[in-house]
Design a protein around this ligand. Structure first.
Ligand code: PGA
Length: 253
């Protein structure tokens, strides 16, 4: 009932030539009948050329960040209008690396989500707990706060389930090779779905895609994807290799 989503978050990786080669190999390897939504989120500077490379495929383009203003004196930032004009459809919002290294707060993340929605961009809102928060039994309260504050005031904006994607990324699993067990992930995904029922229009929650992220690889994605509330993956490291990214896509449906 929910179409799987596999999104590749390239983060601050690849040179220009590497980026084009990677996009080309992914689009050549992917069968045309893929049953999942596939999204590439390369660094901003390569988006335009990658758009050309993937234009005959079903792959969609996403960005890794956005600034919540249309234009103006915001040196170094990228606006929703710019992304729309490049053919972007998705934006990763509130990734833990942005929360941590760039001090992004839940309220700033909320502004970014509003900016996306008002430009028909689909936000991929990332939530997740740190290791010490998990160990001190704060996982659910942290995630509840991230969802409530990140999505505050959005119940009326989000009129349809495909307009929002959530990614649960336990911070202790990102880039560490330490994937959450399918049961650990399912427990949080089901909690997220319950919370969305209260935060948004209750009918939408069952239809919103919730992705897992954190050391997803071809050898662990099948078990994760079998869980009833896991609808896909946000993939970092393994998305930088066309073979492993395409295997994850094939295993996702
Ligand atoms: P990882 O990154 O797959 O390298 O753990 C996931 C992410 O940060 O989105």
């Amino acid at each position: 009932m929910r179409k799987p989503v596999i999104a590749g978050n390239w983060k601050m990786n690849t040179t220009y030539n590497e980026a084009l080669t990677l996009a080309l190999s992914i689009s050549n390897q992917l069968e045309n009948n893929i049953k999942s939504d596939v999204i590439l989120c390369p660094p901003f500077v390569y988006i335009n050329e990658i758009k050309e490379i993937i234009k005959h495929s079903n792959i969609k383009l996403g960005a890794q960040n956005i600034y919540p203003k249309n234009q103006g004196a915001f040196t170094g930032e990228i606006s929703p209008e710019m992304l729309v004009s490049l053919g972007c459809k998705y934006v990763i919002i509130g990734h833990s690396e942005r929360r941590e290294y760039f001090s992004e707060s839940n309220s700033f993340i909320n502004q970014k989500i509003k900016a996306c929605l008002s430009h028909n961009l689909i936000p991929i809102l990332c939530v997740g707990e740190k290791l010490n928060e998990r160990e001190s039994d704060q996982t659910f309260s942290i995630i509840q706060t991230q969802l409530e504050q990140g999505l505050e005031g959005l119940a009326d904006f989000i009129s349809d389930a495909p307009l929002l994607i959530i990614a649960y990324e336990p911070i202790w699993a990102i880039g560490t090779g330490k994937v959450a067990s399918p049961e650990q992930a399912q427990e949080v995904h089901s909690f997220i779905r319950q919370k969305l029922e209260h935060i948004l229009n209750p009918n939408l929650s069952a239809h919103i895609r919730i992705l897992y992220g954190g050391s997803v690889k071809p050898d662990n994605c099948k078990e994760l994807m079998k869980q009833p509330d896991i609808d896909g993956a946000l993939v970092g490291g393994a998305s930088l290799n066309a073979d492993s990214f395409c295997q994850i896509i094939t295993l996702s449906h």
